[in-house]
Ligand binder design. Structure first.
Ligand code: URA
Ligand code: CA
Length: 433
């Protein structure tokens, strides 16, 4: 087989065979195929697309390029949840203990944040002592004993995806549905899940800004999952404004604690119940979404959800007293209000720009190597659709720097107050096939 023939075949719009796709992925991973040939193929795929079978074959070839986390020692159906990334997206922190409280095993592998989007391990790192770098054997034991554990990205998972993603980044080929869908799905499958619930975001803070693109990506991922025998479903949810009120690591831990007690922001609470219901049904613990939702609401009410969060913290060395004393979480030196300049209704809070403001405070990373400050971030007091009076605070800036003028400027430029505004729709579409 020759790479040049495979490139030409795709360039001319033909479907590649599984053998050809395996040849490409193996050859590129081990360095036999050079970057320039892989770039050419990525560009050919960008223009010619891939059919369902090619997408599934590409996904599995990337899964098989490295280690696969073997979760077979964990009893039950392991359901993973994946978000395509957003601003102030605290759902994983809530969902993991919440569904585990219903005995759904949650073996969660999570990553760090980059750019305007946050990452779950950064949020957990805000809790004193909490360790996400744990041994695989301990990870599996914790899930078997207590149904929940979170591990940072370890091992040599999907090296082909790492290499191809880096190449796509500099060759104008990131924005391709077959390449994005196979990239995300390969990582989920390598992380050992039996079933997958996808939260595909749409809006300013999302990877896929338009609803149409988000739906296309969701369909592609669901099709791949079902083709490779992992039951997969997706919801499309709003990321035009940040989710919940808090953006920033310790601030989001506090918000997660409130939500586990049933006292969270309305949008985060609802999203968690929708995603959680799907997970509980896929895990076979409830016969219908309505039943699952009732069960989740019950463990929020009776304290079992927050109790499970404490167990999760203790098991991984974390200080569980932060649940009852959130003031023990890292706190920023300055709390600075952002007063509204006019009266009216908040009509827009541009999620990615607000995420960048939080990153500038130190809550996120501009580059992979950057450190994050757990204490800093933003807490919104108003969301889209809310009434505000001139002088009333739109949000509080939690900073460890006294000069936040540039950040204030960015926030003012990205929060619009109008004569009228309506709350955006939270959930757009549910895709099961
Ligand atoms: N996120 C991924 O993991 N892969 C892509 O290709 C795009 C976004
Ligand atoms: Ca939030």
């Amino acid at each position: 087989m020759r790479m040049v023939d495979i490139i030409s075949k795709k360039r001319d719009g033909h479907a590649l065979t599984k053998e050809e796709i395996d040849f490409v992925i193996q050859g590129y991973t081990n360095g036999e195929i050079p970057d320039y040939q892989m770039s050419a193929l990525a560009m050919a795929i960008y223009f010619q697309d891939m059919n369902d079978q090619e997408r599934a074959d590409l996904t599995m070839a990337m899964v098989n390029s490295g280690d696969v986390l073997d979760l077979s020692a964990i009893e039950g159906i392991k359901v993973d949840k994946h978000s395509t990334g957003g601003v102030g997206d605290t759902t994983t922190l809530v969902l993991a203990p919440l569904v585990a409280a219903l005995d759904v095993p949650v073996a969660k592998m999570s990553g760090r944040g980059l750019g305007h989007t946050g990452g779950t391990t950064d949020k957990l790192d805000a809790i004193a002592g909490f360790q996400t770098e744990i041994e695989k054997a301990d990870f599996i034991r914790l899930v078997n004993d207590d149904k929940v554990a979170v591990i940072g990205q370890t091992g040599n998972l999907t090296p082909a995806d790492k290499k191809i993603y880096a190449l796509r980044d500099v060759t104008g080929t990131v924005n391709s549905i077959p390449l994005i869908a196979s990239s995300i799905m390969s990582k989920k499958i390598a992380a050992g899940s039996d079933a997958i619930v996808l939260d595909v975001k749409t809006g300013a803070g999302a990877f896929m800004k338009s609803l149409e693109d988000a739906e296309a990506l969701a369909h592609a991922m669901v099709q791949i999952g079902n083709k490779v025998n992992r039951q997969t479903m997706a919801i499309i949810s709003d990321m035009s404004q940040p989710l919940g009120y808090a953006i920033g690591n310790a601030l989001e831990v506090k918000e997660a604690i409130d939500t586990l007690k049933g006292e969270g922001p309305k949008d985060l609470h609802e999203l968690v119940l929708v995603l959680g219901s799907q997970m509980v049904v896929l895990a076979g613990k409830a016969g219908s979404l309505e039943e699952a939702r009732g069960m989740l609401e019950e463990v929020m009410r009776n304290g079992q959800a927050i109790e499970k969060f404490k167990v999760m913290l203790r098991n991984q060395g974390g200080d569980d007293s932060v649940v009852d004393h959130p003031e023990k979480l890292p706190t920023a030196k300055y709390q600075i209000e952002l007063p509204a300049k006019t009266s009216g209704y908040v009509s827009n809070i541009v999620a990615d720009e607000v995420g960048i403001a939080a990153m500038m405070l130190g809550a996120g990373r501009a580059k992979k190597e950057d450190n994050v400050d757990p204490a800093v971030g933003l807490v919104l007091h108003k969301k889209v659709g809310d009434r505000v009076e001139a002088g009333e605070s739109l949000l509080t800036i939690h900073a460890n720097q006294s000069d936040v003028e540039a950040i204030k400027e960015r926030l003012y430029n990205n929060i619009t107050i109008s004569d009228q505004a309506t709350e955006p729709q939270l959930i757009y579409t549910i895709i099961t096939e």
